[in-house]
Design a protein around this ligand. Structure first.
Ligand SMILES: Nc1nc2c(ncn2[C@@H]2O[C@H](COP(=O)(O)OP(=O)(O)OP(=O)(O)O)[C@@H](O)[C@H]2O)c(=O)[nH]1
Ligand SMILES: [Mg+2]
Length: 319
C-alpha cells in the first residue's frame, strides 16, 4: 500500500503537453495514414524517440521490443501500433520499479528521516513543502528542517512552505552548520514523537567537492541521533535538464547512496521524455514528479498513469 497516492490525471495531461507535442504528436504523424507499419516507419520512429530525450540505448530497447511485439500481432493498424508502443514504454519504466512498502517502513521507524538533495534550483525546497503537505494529509506528524544555511532567503522560503503545509519547522541561522540543523530537527522529532522528518539542503553542484563532502557529514551527524537515519535520500532533478538528469544522478550517487528520485517541473518542459532514460539507466526508482508550483502539484510516479497521460487520447493500454 502506498502511503499517499496523489495522481491528478488531468493536471498530469496538461502538464505534459509540451513533451506530448515533441514525442506523441510526431509519432502520430509518422504512423497515421500508413496501411501497415513497415521497417522504414520503425526507423522513423526510432529517430523520433532518440530526438525526444529518451536516449539512444533506451530507444533501441523500445524499438526492438516493438518490432518483436508487432511480429506476433496480426493487427498493425495505427491504433494498435500506438498501444504496442505505449505498452513497451510502460515496461521500460516498470523494469526498475521498487516494491518497498512506504507505509510499513514509516511505521517501523519513528521518526522516518528523509534527506532532500540536488543541484541549485532543482525544486528541493518546493518539494519539501509538497511532501510535508502530503504526509500530514495522510495523518502523520511531520517536522521539516532547514539545513540550507547557505542561501540567505532559504529559511524564509521553507518557513512559508511549513505554514502552507501546516507542519512544524526547525529553522537555521544563516552561515551555521547544516549538519547541526539536521541534528536538531531529528532530536526534536524524537522528543515530540513525530512520524516523519524531511530535511531540506542547499543546492550543490557535484563538481564542488567540499559541498559534496558536506552531504556525507550531514548524514554522519544525522545517524548520531537515530542510527538508521536517513531512511531515504531523495535526489531532486529539474525535468528541464533532460538527459542531464542521468548524469546528475550518477554524480550524486558517487558521494551518497540515493534511494529515490523526484523529477520536478514536468509541466512546461518538452524534455519529459528523459524520464524513460532515467528509469532505464538508473537502479534508483522515480518516486514522485512535480507538475506545478502549487502544494498539490507533487504526484506519485506511476508508470502506467504517466504513459497514459503522455499519450492522452491515442490508443489504449493493456490492463
Ligand atoms: N512549474 C514548476 N515549477 C516548479 C516545480 N517545482 C519547483 N518549481 C519552481 O522552481 C523554482 C525553484 O524551486 P526551489 O524549490 O526554490 O528550488 P531549490 O532546489 O530549493 O533551489 P536552491 O535551494 O536555490 O538550490 C521555484 O520558482 C519553484 O516554484 C514544478 O514542479 N513545476
Ligand atoms: Mg532550496
Amino acid at each position: 500500500m502506498k502511503l499517499f497516492k496523489n495522481i491528478n490525471i488531468d493536471k498530469l495531461k496538461s502538464g505534459l503537453s509540451k513533451t506530448r507535442e515533441k514525442v506523441v504528436n510526431k509519432i502520430s504523424e509518422t504512423i497515421s495514414g500508413k496501411a501497415k507499419l513497415d521497417e522504414a516507419t520503425l526507423e522513423e520512429l526510432e529517430e523520433i524517440l532518440i530526438s525526444s530525450d529518451i536516449g539512444f540505448d533506451t530507444t533501441e530497447r523500445i524499438i526492438e521490443r516493438t518490432r518483436i511485439s508487432l511480429k506476433s500481432e496480426g493487427d498493425r493498424s495505427t491504433l494498435n501500433v500506438f498501444t504496442i508502443i505505449q505498452n513497451e514504454l510502460v515496461k521500460s519504466l516498470n523494469d526498475h520499479i521498487e516494491l518497498k512498502d512506504e507505509f510499513e517502513e514509516i511505521e517501523k521507524y519513528k521518526p522516518y528521516v528523509i534527506l532532500i538533495v540536488g543541484v541549485n534550483g532543482a525544486g528541493k525546497t518546493t518539494t519539501v513543502g509538497k511532501l510535508a503537505h502530503n504526509y500530514r494529509k495522510a495523518g502523520l506528524k511531520v517536522l521539516i528542517g532547514s539545513a540550507d544555511t547557505f542561501r540567505a532567503a532559504a529559511n524564509e522560503q521553507l518557513e512559508i512552505w511549513a505554514k502552507r503545509a501546516g507542519v512544524e519547522i526547525i529553522q537555521s541561522v544563516s552561515g551555521s552548520d547544516p549538519s547541526s540543523v539536521a541534528f536538531d530537527t531529528i532530536q526534536t522529532a524524537k522528543n515530540e514523537n513525530a512520524d516523519v522528518v524531511i530535511i531540506d539542503t542547499a543546492g550543490r553542484l557535484h563538481t564542488k567537492n567540499n559541498l559534496m563532502e558536506e552531504l556525507k557529514k550531514i548524514k554522519r551527524v544525522m545517524s548520531k541521533v537515530v542510527d538508521y537515519a536517513p531512511n531515504e535520500t531523495f535526489l531532486v532533478l529539474d525535468g528541464n535538464t533532460g538527459q542531464n538528469m542521468v548524469f546528475q544522478a550518477n554524480e550524486f550517487s558517487k558521494f551518497t547512496e540515493l534511494t529515490g528520485l523526484i523529477v520536478t517541473k514536468l509541466d512546461g518542459t518538452a524534455k519529459g521524455g528523459a524520464i524513460f532514460q532515467v528509469c532505464s539507466e538508473q537502479k534508483i526508482p522515480i518516486k514522485y514528479i512535480g507538475v506545478g508550483e502549487g502544494i498539490e502539484d507533487l504526484q506519485t510516479f506511476e508508470p502506467k498513469e504517466f504513459v497514459k497521460a503522455l499519450f492522452a487520447h491515442n490508443g489504449t493500454l493493456d490492463e
